[in-house]
Design a protein around this ligand. Structure first.
Ligand SMILES: Cc1cc2nc3c(=O)[nH]c(=O)nc-3n(C[C@H](O)[C@H](O)[C@H](O)COP(=O)(O)O)c2cc1C
Length: 201
């Protein structure tokens, strides 16, 4: 089939987010200017540069108690920092619980029973048991076409790696099995690896 998004797809569910898969999940922790902690998953997320290391995530749609956006973007606008927590398969249920449309004064760390620690380089909480945490300083927020579509870019200024995930000097994903977002309500867990040599290696 072929369709122009502007004309509609004619399927029972929008296939768009099943096409661009698998997507990593950035579990974004932020803190409001009032000290309120927030945690939510974003799969429009990726790393975008090495030197200096930079990441992005995109927020779509808005919450009634946040004007034109959601809690994460609203907090980052106030404080200029955020932390990306890597999600392992074992954390799938608490990650999912943190994605609820909770009021802005709900602390998802508390709601989902997730242990937190203070970041080292920014004033923000991190998921202490996550395989890795990327402490980020906001570089820019871009507004995209459409209502409430924002992309947040940040420079990674501090990185925590869980000790058991380091094997022979590698951050070894087989020790924790990253969770990936597919379309609809589907997920995948990374539990099988293979390597390819690049031309010229
Ligand atoms: C696995 C997963 C991935 C998600 N990815 C996104 C995303 O990329 N962008 C987005 O706006 N919402 C995404 N959501 C929905 C948000 O997590 C949800 O709207 C949440 O309430 C936003 O929280 P906040 O208002 O605390 O920022 C995702 C939800 C799940 C479960």
């Amino acid at each position: 089939m072929f369709y122009r998004p502007a004309d509609g797809h004619g399927l029972p569910h929008n296939p768009f987010n099943a096409i661009v898969t698998p997507r990593p999940i950035g579990w974004i922790s932020t803190r409001g200017a009032n000290g309120q902690d927030n945690l939510a998953p974003y799969s429009f997320f990726n790393a975008v540069a090495y030197e200096p290391p930079q990441v992005m995530f995109a927020s779509t749609s808005a919450k009634p108690d946040r004007g034109d956006t959601k809690d994460s973007v609203a907090n980052i606008r106030e404080t200029g920092v955020f932390c990306v927590n890597v999600v392992e398969h074992a954390m799938r249920d608490v990650m999912n619980l943190s994605s609820g449309p909770w009021d802005k004064d709900v602390d998802e760390f508390e709601k989902a029973g997730i242990a937190r620690a203070e970041c080292d380089t920014i004033a923000c909480s991190r998921v202490v048991k996550a395989p890795a945490n990327l402490e980020c300083r906001l570089t820019q927020i871009l507004q995209l076409p459409g209502a409430s579509n924002f992309v947040v870019f940040g420079e990674v200024v501090g990185i925590h790696l869980r000790d058991d995930c380091l094997r022979d000097g590698h951050f070894d994903v087989t020790t924790f099995q990253p969770l990936a977002r597919l379309g609809y309500r589907d997920y995948a867990r990374v539990d099988e690896l293979f390597s390819l040599k690049r031309p010229g290696d």
